[in-house]
Design a protein around this ligand. Structure first.
Ligand code: NAP
Length: 529
């Protein structure tokens, strides 16, 4: 917003006590990013002093916190403010947003645009197991960690073998008396992308800071390394076959036990579930103070649990690394045109427009909505481009007297059909259990039907023909106004910028530089929440 507009108000409501989202909330032992740090930054905001290639969640949270300070963003953000409802008012063409403040009062905020940046891995989920509340020790969820609980010398039960559990186990195994892990389904455990975990020396950091081009080269090389990942996500590709062979060989080598290997190695394609680099996870499973149970849990008891085979397991602390509600149904009512609630509309399947908008919900956009490139390759640049896409539409709205953008139903239907067609050949739709699929349809709802670059190119330019556009004026060209261009009236712009020595490839009238004088039209971009 800050870089695209001069005339706006922006209210960011954050339910937590500080910014950072997933990196603020996830504080379990071993929590770290599974993408190398130097490419887990904004494309324009490198950080030369990352401590390691896979840094802790705290360090990542600090990066985003420092970013907010550096660019003066905190003034827009209201912490401990939770949105509890949002309703589109067709008469005023505004969103009416209900916000719960830290004192327990609900107030209304009206805005022209409503953007959900709530994320997917946000609403953590207890396992649906009988008797969970009867357990007399501590019950922890990885995404709602209680730092006061001391695990040293304790007997621990750990439910799950997704990315969170894979990071927890190696961290707690050395300090606990015993860990029993409960794994329902096998999962692929890969080595970290590109290189093993390591810290950066002071000398390396100095080089990143001082040697021109050194850090840029590292960032580009690392990002390029991630690009080779996409072809293996196609079921029949040679890259997939090679990945199965190499990850299997590596797992067998680390497990070094045929019986165990048979239980741990899946029969579904690599990447069907999110592929987790698990430094020391497999090694931890082979330690003498770790027992792995393969199968389901029948019930939790006051002192432990009973598994499907009627075996009893006893522990002092139960850690649920059991994931999130990934249905994409909003956590609060979002009511669009004709009183339609998005939670009801998306009950069976999140039917989005390109993962960033929904039919019947005008001027509503999402960052990391359904079918976004969250497992397709580089991610942060895709989020930057989604934000830039939204800003482009807002710019149009501001300059051309637009009342609302509502993606057409047929555009949503076509996108969904094309997405489902692509998914037939992608590994995500094969026989694994994974949060990438959701709802009764079991369709792939989380990831984008293509590579990250494919997403970037798709959203680089809005397809206005996919939107039903309404105007605040009866004449759609009323914005042509008094006939003067902003170039002519704004002393800071050069009206003859197009006279140049040669064709330098620049766009002469870029979208974000308005060409017409909007003074006579009245409204500027007002409020965004
Ligand atoms: P997850 O991948 O959804 O895994 C949840 C685990 O809990 C699964 O193993 C699941 O078993 C098990 N489970 C759920 N209910 C159960 C029950 N009633 N009984 C027994 N087991 C049960 O969740 P997650 O590990 O928190 O990871 C979610 C996502 O967060 C990751 O895929 C990743 O995108 C992100 N993440 C990233 C990082 C990182 O960047 N390093 C770290 C953590 C998380 P089934 O498979 O049998 O259902």
């Amino acid at each position: 917003m800050k870089t695209s507009f001069t005339d706006f108000t922006l209210d960011v409501f954050e339910k937590n006590a500080d910014i950072g989202g997933t990196w603020f909330e996830n504080r379990y032992p071993g929590c770290a990013c599974d993408v190398p740090s130097h490419i887990y930054t904004y494309s324009f905001e490198p950080k030369w002093d990352w401590s390691a290639n896979y840094p802790s969640s705290r360090e990542i949270c600090e990066y985003f916190s420092n970013f907010a300070d550096k660019y003066g963003l905190r003034g827009y953000i209201k912490l401990r403010h939770k949105i509890v409802g949002a309703r589109w008012d067709d008469d005023s063409s505004e969103w009416i947003i209900e916000v719960l403040d830290p004192h327990g009062n609900i107030f209304e905020k009206r805005s022209d645009f409503f953007i959900s940046a709530a994320g997917i891995l946000n609403s953590w989920r207890w396992p649906d197991i009988r008797g969970l509340n009867s357990f007399q020790g501590h019950v922890l969820h990885t995404a709602n960690w209680e730092e006061s609980v001391d695990l040293i010398g304790k007997r621990v039960g750990l439910i799950g073998n997704g990315s969170s559990a894979i990071q927890v186990l190696p961290s707690i195994q050395p300090v606990t008396e015993h860990v029993t892990t409960f794994n329902r389904n096998p999962t692929w455990i890969s080595t970290p992308w590109g290189e093993e975990y390591r810290t950066y020396s002071e000398e390396e950091k100095r080089e990143f800071r001082d040697k021109p081009g050194a850090l840029l080269k590292l960032r580009r090389d690392t990002e390029r390394g991630l690009l080779v990942f996409f072809p293996l996500l196609l079921r029949e590709s040679q890259a997939q076959k090679d990945a199965v062979q190499s990850v299997m060989d590596e797992m067998k080598r680390k497990i070094n036990d045929d019986d165990l290997a048979q239980k741990l190695i899946p029969d579904y394609p690599v990447g069907c579930r999110r592929l987790s680099p698990g430094p020391n996870y497999l090694e931890s499973l082979t330690k003498s103070n770790v027992t792995t149970f393969y199968g389901g849990i029948k019930e939790v008891t006051p002192t432990g649990c009973v598994t499907d085979d009627d075996q009893e397991h006893h522990f002092d602390v139960l850690i649920c690394a059991t994931g999130f509600d990934t249905s994409y149904r909003p956590q609060f009512p979002i009511v669009g045109r004709n009183e339609v609630d998005l939670r009801r509309e998306w009950k069976d399947e999140p039917r989005s427009y390109l993962g960033l908008a929904a039919h019947g919900f005008p001027n509503f956009f999402m960052l990391l909505g359904p079918n976004n490139p969250i497992g397709n390759g580089p991610l942060l640049i895709c989020m930057e481009l989604t934000a830039s896409y939204i800003a482009t539409l807002m710019n149009r709205w501001q300059k051309q007297n637009i009342r609302s953008f509502d993606p057409k139903k047929e555009a949503v239907d076509d996108f969904m059909e094309q997405k489902d067609l692509f998914m037939q050949k992608a590994v995500w739709s094969s026989n694994c259990k994974s949060w990438y699929k959701s709802g009764p349809t079991g369709k792939v709802t989380a990831v984008w039907p293509g590579s990250s670059h494919h997403y970037m190119e798709t959203v680089a330019q809005p397809r206005y023909e996919d939107y039903e556009i309404t105007y605040t004026t009866t004449n759609r060209f009323a914005y042509l106004g008094n006939g003067f261009s902003q170039m002519e009236l704004n002393p800071n712009l050069d009206p003859v910028h197009y006279i140049r020595e040669m064709d330098d490839g620049r766009s002469m009238f870029p979208e974000l530089m308005s060409t017409f004088n909007v003074k006579d039209i009245g409204d500027k971009l007002k409020n965004v929440s």
